[in-house]
Design a protein around this ligand. Structure first.
Ligand code: FRU
Length: 480
């Protein structure tokens, strides 16, 4: 599989996640919309394929889904929970936008007889993401013109007739293609001092592939404003959603209530190597990230930023494996060979940072296979929160120059607060780390020949006044 598609939460609170799915091979191609559902965003039940291509050579490319509560489309005279999927039909001749509707809560779809609903006579025009825009009481779509580096903004009263309103073009890092745009309104969370900021901002998020700074695929975003027809970025800065290489084509759920944090899920892979990662013999390739919750915060030095934190992670925490409220210099060792899921959540909080002597201090974590010695590691400088990850000590793909081994990012530690924290989730073949509750994040896949089963969390060179508390928990098995 690749991109997440059509994500929405239905009126019973069931989350629907469709995804680019090749049912006949373990490489990308022959794309259908696979479907999975979940009550809690962690336990997923795979469902029958939801949308099939019509004939050979067709692909049901990425797109989105909405609930047409008010029957604007006319498809749903007798129900308020009708679902409309809006996706790209890819053929060798062109890419067009199509719709399909579902009477049965998103499990099966009927393609609209008047398709396509948007045809711009182009082979490069895809990935429609539709939202309901309350102030103008109509549907709004963002869709990529990948090789023109433009995001088209369309509006519609009924999901069938679309009007081109504007283009958001040539912003940020272009790479060689723009893909999978999202436009979402998010609350701006302030500490109180910044009351001049608006209570919400819009974010335009664009995935880029190929041509990311670290190679292959990456996602960038722009905080800004949206007036119903035009998106305007606040400034010319480009921000990335991740500092590693496996966070792509993310999508925000439709219909998350506005009094809850908006949630996204990302495809945890990179087109540079996704088709050759060594899980093919096990009959699958690729996974999604854990769900991320979002809001906007005004970070010192970094400005208005999209915060991406592990959403409701406490709901999958199983039992505490280690905890130390004042570690000082020392090491916590956790043997997690008995954890059925093979997955852990860990957290470290650094407080009372008072002077530069803690400059020497480091906080490192390593996950090792006791059978083979393979390991994934990461760490930070205590004084700054500068952070790194290293997946280069795992055999698989280590000689592939595109499977980059090391990633790092300058920390966003704010000296006046005297504290910062790092948290992370490690599963069998993916690590996701978060600084300060999602101010920075990294998503990285790795493929050990034997399970990683020993964790070391080590603090060294800490000055006396600073203190570090750590905790490690097992995550319950969610593989159904
Ligand atoms: C992004 C992407 C989309 C396209 C889909 C095809 O990863 O290239 O632009 O719709 O994958 O599977």
């Amino acid at each position: 599989m690749n991109d997440p598609n059509g994500m929405y939460v239905d009126q019973d609170g069931l989350y629907h996640l469709y995804y680019q799915y090749n049912p006949t091979d373990v490489v990308a191609g022959n794309v259908h919309w696979g479907h999975a559902t979940s009550q809690d965003l962690y336990d997923w039940t795979n469902q029958p394929i939801a949308i099939f291509p019509g004939e050979p050579g067709e692909g049901i490319f990425s797109g989105s889904a909405v609930i047409d509560v008010n029957n604007t489309s006319g498809f749903f005279p007798n129900q308020t929970n009708g679902v409309v999927a809006i996706y790209t039909l890819n053929t060798p001749e062109k890419q067009v936008q199509e719709i399909a509707h579902s009477y049965d809560n998103g499990f099966s779809f009927i393609k609209y007889s008047g398709n396509p609903v948007i045809d711009s006579n182009s082979t490069q025009f895809r990935d429609p993401k539709v939202i309901w825009h309350t102030p103008t009481a109509r549907w709004v779509m963002v869709v990529a013109y990948p090789v023109d580096f433009e995001i088209g903004i369309f509006s519609s009263p009924n999901l069938i007739n679309w009007t081109a309103e504007s283009n958001f073009s040539h912003h940020g890092i272009t790479g060689l293609q723009y893909e999978c745009p999202n436009m979402v309104e998010l609350p701006v969370v302030t500490s109180g001092e910044n009351s001049s900021l608006p209570s919400t901002l819009w974010v335009m998020q664009i995935s880029i592939n190929p041509g990311a700074p670290l190679g292959g695929s990456i996602t960038e975003y722009f905080p800004g404003s949206f007036n119903g027809t035009h998106f305007e970025a606040l400034d010319s800065t480009t921000k990335l959603t991740d500092f590693a290489k496996d966070n792509y084509a993310g999508q925000f759920f439709y219909n998350i209530p506005s009094d809850q944090d908006q949630v996204s899920i990302n495809w945890a892979s990179n087109w540079q190597y996704t088709n050759i990662v060594p899980t093919g013999q096990e009959g699958f390739r690729s996974s999604m990230s854990i769900p991320r919750g979002h809001y906007i915060a005004d970070l010192e030095r970094f400005g208005l930023s999209l915060i991406s934190y592990p959403y409701n992670i406490s709901s999958v925490i199983d039992s505490e494996l280690a905890s130390n409220s004042s570690l000082g210099n020392g090491t916590v060792v956790v043997d997690y060979s008995g954890v059925e899921s093979g997955a852990l959540y860990f957290e470290a909080n650094v407080t009372n940072l008072t002077d530069a002597s803690s400059l020497q201090g480091t906080l490192n974590f390593t996950f090792t296979s006791s059978a083979t010695g393979e390991f994934v590691s990461g760490g930070t400088f205590i004084s700054s929160g500068d952070v790194w990850l290293n997946r280069g000590h795992i055999g698989a793909l280590s000689d592939n120059p595109f499977f980059t081994a090391k990633f790092s990012q300058t920390g966003l530690y704010n000296p006046s607060s005297g504290s910062w924290n790092i948290s992370g989730i490690i599963d069998r073949s993916i690590i996701e780390v978060f600084l300060n509750g999602g101010e920075l994040g990294a998503t990285s896949v790795f493929f050990p020949t034997q399970p990683l089963d020993l964790m070391f969390l080590r603090v060294a060179g800490l000055n006396e006044s600073a203190s570090v508390s750590v905790g490690v928990w097992s995550l319950r098995s969610t593989w159904l």
